[in-house]
Design a protein around this ligand. Sequence first.
Ligand code: NAP
Length: 483
Amino acid sequence: MVARIIPVDSFDLIVFGGTGDLARRKILPALFKRFCGGQMPGESRLIGVARRELDDLGYRDFVRSALSEFAGEAAFDTVAVNAFCDMLHYVSVDARGDRGWQALGEMMIPDKVRAFYYSVGPSVFSDLSERLHKYGLVDEQTRIVVEKPFGHDLDTARALNRELARHFDETQIYRIDHYLGKETVQNLMAVRFGNMLFEPLWNAQYIDHIQITVAETVGVSGRGEYYEKAGAMRDMVQNHLMQLLCLIAMEPPSFFEPNAVRDEKLKVIRALDSVQPHHLVRGQYTAADGFNSYREDVDNPRSKTESFVALKCHLNNWRWAGTPFYLRTGKRLNEQDSEITVVFKDTPHSIFGPEAGRHRNELTIQLQPDEGITLGVTIKEPGQGGMRLMDVPLDMSFAETLGPDAHTPDAYERLIMDVIRGNQTLFMRNDEVEAAWAWTDPIIRGWEARGDVPKPYDSFSAGPDDAALLMRRDGREWRGITH
Ligand code: NAP
C-alpha cells in the first residue's frame, strides 16, 4: 500500500541552530525524506542559521554529511540529495545580538508560509523572539517551533509561555513532543475512536490497569550537564509519558481538531491524583564492564538525580476510578522498549475450571523499537485433551501488514509537515504544559524534602527491584522488559 501524499504549498523553514545536533540528527533528515516523498514543492527553502560563518556551499556540505550519517538508505540517492541541497541556504546570525539580521530579513518572501524552528537552547528564545519582530520577520503566515524542555518547573514554564505570548499568538506556537508524531501514537487514537470494539470496554469496569514503559539502553553521557539538572521525571515523565497517558485516558473529542483534542488531554492531566511516596521508585544506574556509572557520567559522586523512575497513579474521574496507571522510564536498561499495555480484567466466571489457568486480554501498543499494535486473545490450546487455554497475539505490525511500500514517517517528518500545514493537533498547548508541571512539581518537591536518594540498579537490568515490588504488591507484573 503506497501512502497518500497530501500536497502543501511551498514554504520556508528557517532553522535557528541549523548546525546543531538536533538539526543534524532529526530536522534535516526528516525534511530530506519529505522532499523525497514529494512534499517540498520547488519554491521551498530551508535556511540554516547559526553564529558560525558559513556560505550556502559550506552549509550544503554540512547537510550532505548529516544525511549520509542519519538519513539511512535514502541518502544513497545522490540525485535526490543534490536536488534537496539546491533548496538549502545559510545565514550567519547572532540570535542574541544584531549581526546578520538584516541579511536574513532581506531573504524573506511575503505571503509564504514561514516557520522558524527554535533549535537552540531555551536561554536564547527570548532574544530570538524579540529580534524576529524588531527586524520585521514576523507576518501572519509565521509559525515558531519550540523544542523541549518547556521549563524546569511550573514557574519557569509559565515564564517561558508568557515570554512567547508577548511575541506570538498561541495559534502560531508549535511545542514539539516528538512522541506525539509517532505513527502508532496516532494509531492509538484511530484504534480507540475509529472502532466500535474497544471504546465500550475502555473504562475501569473492564480494564484492570494500564502500564506505560519507555526504556532506553543508552546512558546519559554527552548530555550529562543537562540531565543532572533534569532527571528522568523532568526529562521523560513530565512530557512524553504524560502525553501517552493523556491519549490513552482521554474522553473522545467531538472532532479530530486541535483544540478539541487538547481540551480532552488537559482534562486528563487535571484529573491526576497526587502520587503517594510509597508509589514512587527512583533509581540510578551503576557501572558495568566498560561502562560508567551514572555518577561518573555526570561527574558528580554525590548526585541524587534519578536515571530511572517508576510510579503508580490514579485519575479522579468516573471513567478511571479504581484503575491504576503504572509509568516507568529509565536509562541503561536491558532493552530499548517503549510500549503501552492495557490489561483487561478477568472474565467474571471461568467455565473451564482451574486447570484452564488465568487468562486476560491485553492490548499492547508498541512504539519502539518497532511500531505496532497487538491484541492478546485467549483460545483453546490445540490438540490437548480437555479444555486448556492459551493466549495468542492478533498482531498488527505495521511494516508487515501494510506491505514493503508503506513508508512509516519518522515523528519529525510528520510534525514538521503539520507545522507547514498549520495543524496544531499534535502539539502541546500552553495550558497542557503548565498543568503537567503542576502535577510533577509536588512529586519532585516531596522527594527533595524527604532527602530521598535514588536506589542503585545494575546497568542493563530492568531497573531497581523496588520497581518490580511496586507491581507485585498489587499482584501484577510489568510487561516488556522484566526483572
Ligand atoms: P547544540 O548541538 O548545542 O546546537 C545549538 C545550535 O544553536 C548550534 O547550531 C549553534 O551554532 C546555535 N546557536 C547557539 N547560540 C546561538 C545564537 N546566539 N544565535 C544563533 N545560533 C545559535 O544543541 P541541540 O542538541 O541541537 O539542541 C537544540 C535545542 O533542541 C535545545 O533546546 C535542546 O534542549 C533541544 N533538544 C535537543 C534534542 C537533541 O536530540 N539534540 C532533543 C530534544 C530537544 P553556533 O554556536 O554556531 O551559533
